[in-house]
Design a protein around this ligand. Structure first.
Ligand SMILES: C[S@@+](CC[C@H](N)C(=O)[O-])C[C@H]1O[C@@H](n2cnc3c(N)ncnc32)[C@H](O)[C@@H]1O
Length: 149
C-alpha cells in the first residue's frame, strides 16, 4: 500500500496547494451542484463541507455526496486520490475530478478511462500559481453506479 506524502503548508510554491479558479468551479457547480470538497484548506475549500489533510479526505466517506475533487498532483498522491474517487462512485458518490491530462500514466488507464472524460481547452491558471499550468487538464467524471446522476 502506497504511503501518502504529507504536504508542507508553509511552502507557498507547493503546487499541491494551488486552488481551482473560482470561475471554473462555478461553471461546473452550476451543472453538478457539489456538496463536498474532499481535499482543501479552509480558505480554498469550494464547498461548505470539506476535508483537510488533518482529517485525511482519503479515509472519509464520500458516498452520499456530489464531489468536486482537485487533488494534490504530486506522486504518489494523485493515483491514490483518483482510485478513491472511482471507488466512492461505486458506493454512490458522483465525483468530478480536475486532473492533469496525463494519458500515458498508469492511473489514467486504470481509473480515469473508467469515467467520462472532458479535455479542457487551453491551460488553467491555478490560484496561487505564477502563471498558467505547464500541463493540460481534464475533467474525469465518475457517476454513481446504477444511476443517471
Ligand atoms: C490542488 S489543492 C485544491 C484546493 C481546493 N480544493 C480547490 O479545488 O481549490 C489540493 C488540496 O488538498 C489538500 N490535501 C492534501 N492532502 C490531503 C488529505 N489527505 N486530505 C484532505 N486534503 C488534503 C491540500 O492541503 C490542498 O489544499
Amino acid at each position: 500500500m502506497e504511503k501518502l506524502k504529507l504536504i508542507d503548508y508553509e511552502d507557498p510554491g507547493c503546487g499541491d496547494l494551488y486552488a481551482t479558479p473560482q470561475k471554473l468551479f462555478d461553471e461546473l457547480n452550476s451543472e453538478f451542484d457539489f456538496t463536498l470538497d474532499p481535499c482543501a484548506l479552509p480558505h480554498t475549500a469550494k464547498c461548505d463541507r470539506f476535508f483537510t489533510q488533518e482529517v485525511d479526505g482519503l479515509v472519509q466517506d464520500w458516498s452520499g455526496d456530489r464531489v468536486f475533487m482537485n487533488p494534490p498532483y504530486s506522486q504518489p498522491n494523485l493515483p491514490m486520490w483518483i482510485r478513491k474517487a472511482y471507488n466512492e462512485s461505486l458506493r454512490g458518490a458522483l465525483v468530478v475530478c480536475l486532473v492533469p491530462s496525463a494519458t500515458s500514466t498508469a492511473w489514467w488507464h486504470d481509473y480515469a478511462m473508467k469515467g467520462e472524460i472532458r479535455f479542457i481547452r487551453g491551460r488553467i491558471r491555478f490560484d496561487g500559481a505564477n502563471g498558467t499550468a505547464p500541463f493540460s487538464s481534464a475533467l474525469v467524471i465518475f457517476r454513481p453506479l446504477d444511476s443517471n446522476a
